[in-house]
Design a protein around this ligand. Structure first.
Ligand SMILES: *Cc1c(COP(=O)(O)O)cnc(C)c1O
Length: 369
């Protein structure tokens, strides 16, 4: 389980200020704009519709499949209309969407597929790795992603003509200002120094406070406002940092595989269910997901014990509540599986700071639940 060499070598090329900007650039290069629709899955973060809306197009939401965290051919097909110009496919938590079914569907409708590889760079379906199926893919380097670099994201485009268009757009984009970058650098340094699973809840509270006071760059820009200022590329020093982190990618992936196998082999509770994984897929878990009968009680117990259990996504479009759903074109009740998942899904860390004893404590908490 290693990323595709071509995919890997493309990561430091088309680098943007955030993953959503990379997605925006691919959509723009495809000619997506006003009056168009882009199909994407519910149970995602607002970064995705933000990029779609910034092109002038409208997001159209496909539900997740029963028991899984990804959309499928059965949930994509009903929402494809004649206005649709592209399909975004998400490999949630590292579990690959079954591209063996999705690609023929896209071809039937003549639609390009963009893969959201923000949660994994190395999972695969059959013999093929994620990021090698669609016309393009994108990654993110913020907290909690496989490769953490502070902020940022890459567009990976295989088609030469499309690559040239994304590259042209990249050249026209400004870089973030120095105050903004200083904030990102400080945040990155603080994260590197302080993050470990035992500190998760404390750091989460601190980060929330800093983000709401504007001292830290939050994960979620207000939809509509964010799109104006977000079209920037990555700075050169950040690109260099990215290359340094990528040099360590093999051991990042090995650790994720190790942690995922321990969670899978050792957590057995009647109140927790594993997420469906497509047959014949190899999963490198960006986080290890579980469906809980009582999510709130589990989160409370984890917080009490100082054990990292994450709650996202808590909405079909994190972090938007029902009142904001119309802003991203989401109709309440239209994706019932994704809405139910947001009430029941929790996830465990697989990153390199997760130690044997963290896994021990986590397994104990989960099995006692
Ligand atoms: C993190 C993430 C993104 C993009 O994140 P940015 O904050 O724009 O870098 C997109 N999709 C998914 C599924 C993500 O988890």
């Amino acid at each position: 389980m290693r990323p595709d060499p071509q995919f890997l070598s493309a990561l430091p090329q088309l680098t943007f200020y955030r993953g959503r900007v990379a997605l925006y650039a691919i959509l723009k290069a495809l000619g997506v704009g006003s009056g168009d629709e882009v199909v994407t899955q519910a149970f995602t973060c607002s970064a995705v519709p933000e990029a779609i809306l910034a092109t002038g197009a409208t997001p159209v939401w496909a539900d997740t499949e029963q028991g899984g965290v990804n959309a499928s051919v059965g949930t994509f097909e009903p929402v494809i209309s004649p206005q649709c110009r592209a399909i975004i496919v998400q490999h949630t938590f590292g579990i690959p969407t079954d591209m063996r079914d999705v690609m023929p569907l896209a071809e039937k409708h003549g639609l390009p597929v963009i893969e959201d590889c923000c949660h994994t760079l190395a999972s695969g379906i059959g013999e093929e790795l994620v990021g090698t199926w669609g016309i393009g893919s994108f990654t993110s380097y913020e907290w909690g992603k496989p490769v953490v670099c502070g902020l940022g994201g890459s567009a990976i485009v295989r088609d030469a003509e499309l690559h040239a268009k994304v590259n042209h757009l990249w050249n026209t984009l400004p870089e973030p200002g120095s105050v903004r970058m200083m904030k990102v650098d400080l945040q990155y340094a603080a994260f590197k120094a302080m993050y470990k699973p035992r500190n998760y809840w404390r750091l989460k509270r601190a980060f929330r406070r800093l983000a709401s006071s504007g001292l830290a760059e939050g994960n979620y820009a207000p939809v509509g406002e964010g799109s104006k200022g977000f079209a920037m590329r990555m700075t050169q020093p950040m690109c260099e940092r990215l290359k340094g982190v990528l040099a360590n990618l093999d051991s990042i992936i090995d650790h994720q595989v190790w942690a995922g196998q321990l969670y899978a082999g050792r957590i057995h509770s009647q109140n927790l269910t594993n997420v469906r994984v497509p047959a014949g897929s190899r999963v490198v878990y960006g986080r290890y997901p579980l469906i809980a009968t009582n999510k709130q009680a589990l989160l409370a117990a984890a917080m009490e014990a100082g054990i990292e259990v994450a709650d996202w996504y808590t909405s079909p479009i994190q972090p938007l509540g029902p009142r904001d759903w119309p802003k991203v074109g989401y109709k309440s009740g239209s994706c019932p599986h994704a809405e139910a998942l947001s009430q029941s899904l929790v996830s465990l860390p697989t990153n390199q700071k997760v130690s044997d004893s963290d896994i021990e404590r986590t397994v104990e908490l989960m099995n006692g639940f």
